[in-house]
Design a binder for this molecule. Structure first.
Ligand code: 13P
Length: 252
């Protein structure tokens, strides 16, 4: 059985003191949770404070990005060596990084290989925009993203990965995708493609999250879907009560 995950992507929110306080509140609320993996993804500047705040609990920490090189002349970037000891997960290919910062399937692939080589677990994001959705291109587009992101990895590496399906039109809009449609896209374009590339057993062990306006009021409708193993949550992860409510729902 795949263990559910509830991951909070705090995006460009929370100063160090704010991040620390939120992490401490979540440690009190859900720090002993064993049925769900809880992952907090603050900005780079707050990673150390959040790692300190959750120490001794079952809560994991993730970065929101990473460069694939260990060091070099890459002003503003953060390397896998710099994340050592601060986090267990790293998000790659978020639609906001693709749209505003030039992330591509090729850079996601390089980053995923580097993260795995450094003992970090990639959370790889994919998902179509509204025009692609309305044109019926979702399946082909998401399949292409998965093929690109996972090219050249081994089955053993892919088995431990986390994929997040986040339809762009559902992010931060209050609109969610239809849970049954999400289930079907994950089955066809994520697990189906992984099965084709790496075999069925690998496809069944990858954990796949849904992201896009996940809230306490709608999370159950996603968690009951067999292909959905949890959520990647933006807005509702910025508040301890709502994120704890999501974790508790996923634990049921
Ligand atoms: P919202 O939950 O705010 O829609 O954000 C989703 C997301 O982008 C998580 O990575």
């Amino acid at each position: 059985m795949r263990k559910p995950i509830m991951a909070g992507n705090w995006k460009m929110h929370k100063t160090i003191p704010e991040a620390s306080a939120l992490a401490a509140a979540l440690k009190s609320a859900v720090g002993d949770e064993t049925a769900v993996e809880v992952v907090l993804c603050p900005s780079f500047t707050a990673l150390a404070a959040v790692a300190d705040a959750v120490r001794g609990s079952n809560i994991s920490v993730g970065a929101q990005d990473m460069h694939w090189e260990e060091q070099g002349a890459f002003t503003g970037e953060v390397s896998p060596l710099m994340l050592d000891g601060l986090c267990q997960y790293v998000i790659f290919g978020h639609s906001e990084r693709r749209e505003y910062f030039g992330e591509t399937d090729e850079t996601v692939n390089k980053k995923a290989k580097s993260a795995l080589a450094h003992g970090l677990i990639p959370i790889i994001c994919c998902g179509e925009n509204l025009a692609q959705n309305e044109a019926g291109e979702t399946e082909a587009f998401v399949s292409g993203q998965i093929r690109g992101a996972l090219a050249g990895l081994s089955a053993a590496q892919v088995a431990g990965l986390v994929i997040a399906y986040e339809p762009i039109w559902a992010i931060g809009t209050g609109k969610t995708a239809e849970p049954a449609a999400v289930n079907s896209i994950i089955g066809l374009s994520i697990r189906g493609v992984i099965a084709d590339m790496f075999g069925e057993e690998t496809a069944q062990s990858v954990r796949v999250l849904y992201g896009g306006s996940v809230k306490p009021g709608n999370v159950d409708s996603f968690m009951v879907q067999p292909e959905i193993d949890g959520g990647l949550v933006g807005g509702a992860s910025l508040n301890a009560e709502s994120f704890a409510a999501l974790v508790n729902s996923a634990a049921k």
